[in-house]
Design a protein around this ligand. Structure first.
Ligand SMILES: [Zn+2]
Length: 92
């Protein structure tokens, strides 16, 4: 049936586009702003992160299960992010 990793295809891109347009560009892991103009492979670039991992039954396409995160924070999450308080100008 072709390769499908859950993060490709129209449905995923749609979920990401929705998150981008409806969420503030704030990293939910460290609380700092995300510069949307950075190239997407940059460590501070915008990525869509699953709050509940797919391995734990999270829905990959549910907007409620997606939050913006820095690429670096996203991949570092397993080790625990540094305790940086949010700036306070935005709240969830
Ligand atoms: Zn971050």
């Amino acid at each position: 049936m072709g390769k499908h990793d859950g993060r490709s295809g129209r449905r995923w891109r749609r979920a990401v586009a929705q998150l981008k347009s409806e969420s503030l560009p704030i990293c939910w892991i460290c609380g700092y702003d995300i510069d949307m103009t950075l190239p997407h492979l940059h460590p501070r670039a915008w990525t869509a992160e699953h709050i509940q991992p797919l391995s734990a039954g999270g829905d990959p396409y549910d907007p409620d299960n997606l939050r913006p995160a820095h690429r670096g924070c996203n991949s570092r999450k397993g080790n625990g992010p540094p305790p940086i308080p949010p700036r306070g100008s935005h709240r969830w």
